[in-house]
Design a protein around this ligand. Structure first.
Ligand SMILES: [Zn+2]
Length: 227
């Protein structure tokens, strides 16, 4: 929470109205809190921006006495349009609308995982979750095969997929095993899938034309193919 608080604070700016925000601790200048540029300000110092104004203009003498010199030009260039009676308000610098939104805050805090082609294929919207999840586990060796069971001191076992058995391991089951190794499964699917797709597209067309059914939506057609 604290980690996110620090990160999010960078994106909170201030709209000056009656100069009521903290001169030292609020980021009204757009360069972070001024207190961060000096060690001579106590955390209890609650002077507002108004404390540094005289008749709506910057009190340059006071600024030069208390503020680090490198910030003086920026402060003097900040035009203050005083709106009496209205408290200064925070603005959210992350979005153009300057209004805070949980979505933009979450977007900022979360660590975005790389969007890989492999991930997009595994988590395809037309693939059932259980199938995607199986593949995800297989790629991370998170299936209850010899590799994982060894950590629980379970004796490795021979595979269940071949007549001439190998070991019950992820690489064997999905890549090197008798059935997988010869790519029988993959080849069969790749070779037959276009035919199955064409068949279902034709079926969809005919049931719409002769069967009085409404044309199937794309997900419905995909559903038929998946079956
Ligand atoms: Zn096998």
């Amino acid at each position: 929470m604290m980690k996110h608080k620090i990160k999010v604070e960078e994106y909170i700016g201030w709209q000056i109205n009656s100069s009521s925000c903290s001169f030292w601790w609020d980021d009204w200048l757009g360069r972070g809190a001024i207190a961060n540029y000096t060690s001579s300000v106590s955390s209890l110092n609650n002077a507002t921006v108004a404390h540094f104004l005289v008749d709506g203009k910057w009190n340059e003498r006071k600024l030069r006495q208390l503020v680090p010199p490198l910030l003086i030009p920026s402060i003097l260039n900040t035009k203050i349009q005083l709106v009496q009676g209205i408290k200064d308000t925070t603005v959210w610098k992350q979005t153009e609308a300057t209004k805070f939104s949980c979505t933009s805050a979450w977007d900022m805090c979360r660590t975005k995982k790389e969007h890989t082609i492999l991930n997009a294929q595994i988590w395809h919207k037309y693939i059932l979750f259980k199938i995607s999840f199986l593949l995800w586990r297989a790629l991370r060796y998170k299936l209850p095969t010899n590799e994982i069971l060894a950590a629980f001191e379970v004796e490795p076992v021979k595979c269940f997929c071949c007549l001439k058995q190998g070991w019950d391991e992820v690489d064997h089951i999905f890549i090197q095993g008798h059935f997988a190794g010869k790519n029988v499964a993959q080849t069969t699917i790749i070779e037959t899938l276009p035919i199955v797709i064409c068949w279902n597209l034709w079926k969809n067309r005919c049931s719409a034309k002769y069967g009085g059914k409404l044309p199937g939506s794309w997900p419905e057609v995909v559903d038929c193919i998946a079956k």
